[in-house]
Design a binder for this molecule. Structure first.
Ligand SMILES: [Zn+2]
Length: 265
């Protein structure tokens, strides 16, 4: 091997060594790059998550503001439904022997279902036949009414609808009627909205106007907007017969639900 050749070979060996060194370095640098890349990936992922969270929060805030601007309630509205009477107090007794307390509760349970299906939180003052008094109470009627008011004040709902049936000495008198506390503007608005709904029913036997009242215990002792819905006269034969049917109770509940939603919007 000539000197030149061996020099060449030496150069070639060195060249290969340096190639290996370079490729080793290259591998190390690749590994370093990979670990750097995965750190960057994790950082990018984290930043994306932060950005998404900020965007979702901003969207939620802007939705809330938009809802408030549109006059839509931001939270689920809360309604108390009060089925009048119960237990030893049957309320009015119909010409067909219907008991007011039973008709009231039946309409309340249907109305509750309709309202809940429309994202309204519903509380009931009673959901069984029992009144809200203790057996030992000397004046069960007063205890019952004051317990209802206490319950309502504890819940602090947006509105209260108390369901009752009417009665009169003349059997020809008929038609649903809504009562509100005489100085309550919101009570009047709710009462008129519900009255309009019930008046528009094809089954409505007589169209009436919502009426102000200053005597009813519940109207006097509840601070939030409250109405008493007397959904018919049990002293009128035709209306009393309608009031005990599932169909008419459903109809009344549906119209009251629509009226309540209209008021809440
Ligand atoms: Zn009653």
């Amino acid at each position: 091997m000539s000197e030149d050749m061996s020099r060449k070979n030496g150069t070639s060996e060195n060249f290969h060594k340096s190639i290996f060194r370079v490729s080793g370095l290259h591998k190390a640098s690749q590994q370093l790059q990979q670990s750097k890349d995965s750190r960057i990936d994790r950082l990018v992922q984290y930043l994306m998550m932060v950005l998404m969270f900020v965007a979702i929060s901003a969207l939620a805030i802007s939705n809330t503001e938009a809802s408030a601007k549109l006059g839509l309630p931001v939270e689920r509205p809360v309604v108390v439904l009060d089925a009048g009477h119960g237990g030893v107090d049957p309320g009015k007794i119909g010409v067909n022997s219907a008991l007011e307390k039973e008709v009231n509760l039946s309409i309340v349970m249907k109305l509750k279902e309709y309202l809940e299906a429309n994202d309204v939180t519903v509380h009931l003052t009673r959901e069984t036949d029992d009144g809200l008094y203790d057996e030992t109470d000397s004046n069960k009627k007063v205890s019952d009414l004051s317990r209802r008011c206490e319950l309502i004040e504890e819940i602090q709902p947006d509105i209260v609808v108390s369901i009752h049936q009417n009665s009169y000495s003349h059997s020809t008198v008929c038609g649903p009627q809504i009562f509100y506390y005489k100085t309550s503007e919101k009570g009047r608005e709710l009462a008129e909205t519900l009255q309009a709904r019930l008046n528009a029913m094809p089954e409505c036997l007589k169209q009436r106007v919502a009426k102000a009242n200053g005597d009813y215990y519940l109207l006097l002792n509840v601070s939030c907007p409250i109405v008493i819905a007397e959904t018919g006269f049990l002293s009128n034969w035709e209306e009393a017969q309608m009031l005990v049917t599932e169909e008419h109770q459903e109809r009344l509940a549906w119209e009251l639900c629509m009226g309540i939603l209209e008021y809440l919007r």
